[in-house]
Ligand binder design. Structure first.
Ligand SMILES: C[S@@+](CC[C@H](N)C(=O)[O-])C[C@H]1O[C@@H](n2cnc3c(N)ncnc32)[C@H](O)[C@@H]1O
Length: 376
């Protein structure tokens, strides 16, 4: 597949990986006090105070609940933003997110006109995706201030052919008896001897060690339910057999109208050339900044997700992976949730949300998003 061309920028998997690595390295160099500085919201006028209230956490935790976020952000005003078409090369300062909103949002390709680049965050492209916009906006639970956003670079290199049946991996037969899902979330499900899936303090399900696990131990090998791309996911999910479709639908976000895309946004793994879904691996929650205790890597050759203990882990501990977003704002932009991992992540700032809103305004101006999406 040709590299995706956007104005003067050519996005390749390598470029994206490099940008992500740079961003990760910037964040990993921050001292605790720089993080603290980044958390400070200047108090001043009323809107600042309301922002401070919005982001203060009564539990003393570092993050805010998504409920607070979704119901109160309507009071925030959008500032003006740079209006250059060119990607900016300004230096990223520790603790500060550099947003650049394109004045003319660009559809990414002719075959995917609903995917639009709207700007960059710390030099990483941010995209807005429109499929099923009406359905997901109808769901208060799912609506994020900025709709659906993700970072995208998905050459088709992973996909063996255009035939969806070649890309669908049928899982072994399963039943509600042993497959974790919303209907039986209170039960414990064991996978091999290392962990089980049960309710997590973060809400929803999570994976928990059932025994002490030593560093380096492989705790999960899992074949994907499905390998696909953001653009093909709907066709491919519908082409799955009933069992696989059932597992896909039982993942976080499944069930109601718009489930295919909602499940995709919350559960897909970027496999570097496509996206993948896993019935078990997709139950692992995220932790920031080295707090993750499990590594994961997709083995393209064997077509299997490999999860490994990153350090010694005590029985009973929740198992976390790092979703790889690099910051709370990126995490929010990519997956639409506000992190509550408590792993020292930087909370979303008022400026983050303002910048996201400014990007959405540009989309509305160019007829690429509806006014309805602005109402947050
Ligand atoms: C891939 S799923 C993980 C499993 C999910 N908890 C479940 O019940 O199936 C991703 C979703 O889990 C939740 N989640 C994961 N990590 C989180 C975190 N650090 N803070 C808050 N929510 C988190 C978010 O709702 C996110 O959309």
């Amino acid at each position: 597949m040709e590299p995706i061309k956007i104005k003067t920028t050519v996005l390749t998997a390598d470029a994206l990986a490099k940008a992500m690595a740079e961003m990760q390295s910037i964040f990993s160099q921050l001292t605790p006090s720089e993080y603290k500085d980044a958390l400070t919201i200047q108090s001043g006028d009323d809107s600042d105070r309301s922002a401070q209230k919005l982001f203060s956490d009564p539990g003393g935790n570092d993050s805010v609940s998504s409920d607070q976020n979704l119901t109160t952000t309507t009071t925030l005003a959008c500032p003006s933003h740079p209006t250059t078409d060119e990607p900016t090369t300004s230096e990223t300062k520790p603790g500060q997110n550099n947003y650049h909103i394109l004045p003319h949002p660009v559809p990414v390709s002719k075959s995917e006109p609903r995917t639009v680049k709207i700007g960059t965050l710390n030099n990483i492209p941010i995209y807005h995706y429109f499929s099923h916009a009406e359905q997901f906006l109808a769901s208060q639970e799912y609506a994020t201030p900025f709709g659906k956003r993700f970072l995208l670079d998905e050459p088709d290199s992973l996909l063996p052919s255009d035939d969806p049946s070649d890309r669908v991996f049928h899982p072994p037969p399963h039943s509600e008896e042993w497959w974790p899902g919303p209907g039986n979330a209170n039960r414990d499900f064991r996978f091999k001897k290392y962990f089980k899936i049960r309710k997590s303090g973060l809400g929803g399900l999570g994976a928990f060690a059932t025994v002490d696990i030593e560093m380096g131990r492989v705790i999960l090998l899992e074949r994907p339910l499905l390998l696909t791309t953001h653009g093909r996911v709907e066709d491919d999910v519908l082409a799955m057999r009933q069992e696989g479709k059932g597992i896909y639908r039982s993942l976080d976000g499944g069930g109601e109208v718009g489930w295919v895309i909602r499940v995709k946004d919350r559960n897909c793994f970027d496999l570097g050339g496509g996206i993948g879904f896993f019935g078990i691996a997709s139950r692992f929650n995220h932790a920031c900044r080295g707090a993750a205790n499990v590594n994961y890597k997709y083995d393209h050759h064997r077509k299997v997700m490999v999860m490994t203990a990153r350090r010694d882990i005590e029985a009973g501990t929740e198992l976390f992976i790092d979703y790889g977003a690099g910051s709370s704002a990126c995490l929010y932009a990519m997956y639409g949730f506000v992190c509550r991992c408590g792993g020292g992540c930087r909370r979303l700032t008022r400026r983050d949300l303002e910048a996201m809103g400014a990007g959405l305004k540009e989309l509305v101006k160019w007829g690429l998003a509806s006014e309805k999406e602005l109402a947050w």
